[in-house]
Design a protein. Structure first.
Length: 146
């Protein structure tokens, strides 16, 4: 069964559904009110929230961070995180369709590459990313809580 998902850029009215989906998919506890505040604060700072809607409900999401640099080898690149599809809609190539849209968005922002951050336990998602053409490189994502 082909599911006709409509992809678009999120605005403030979609944040509650995005937070709900990401809390569900990633077992997070993000606060809606804080998310709205931060979305408004960071609007226009190279952060793009892409959503996929089916029958008026958000079933897919990713966040795209556009990172312009002064370095020739890096150029402008994008970082994806919170790539997710609602559990009951997985297996219908929705993530692949979303990644196609992401690729176009990134091209329109003159990105030369897309980096993707994904937790190690998301093995089925990693298969999707590899099938799309992403390569697990030799980098390690380091974190320092402050």
């Amino acid at each position: 069964m082909d599911i006709d998902v409509r992809f678009s850029l999120a605005d403030t009215t979609k944040i509650k559904e995005i937070v709900s989906l990401c809390n569900e998919c990633f077992d997070e506890q993000t606060d809606y009110e804080e998310a709205i505040k931060l979305f408004e604060e960071y609007k226009g700072r190279n952060q793009i929230y892409l959503i996929g809607e089916y029958e008026g409900k958000i079933i897919a999401h990713t966040r795209i961070q556009i990172v312009p640099t002064i370095f020739q080898d890096m150029n402008t690149f994008a970082i994806l995180n919170h790539v997710c599809v609602k559990k009951e809609f997985r297996g219908h190539h929705i993530a692949t369709k979303m990644l196609e849209v992401v690729k176009e968005v990134c091209k329109n922002h003159d990105c030369t590459s897309i980096k993707l951050w994904s937790r190690n336990f998301r093995v089925p998602a990693h298969t999707c990313y590899k099938n799309f053409g992403f390569i697990a490189d030799d980098a390690t994502f380091f974190n320092l809580d402050i």
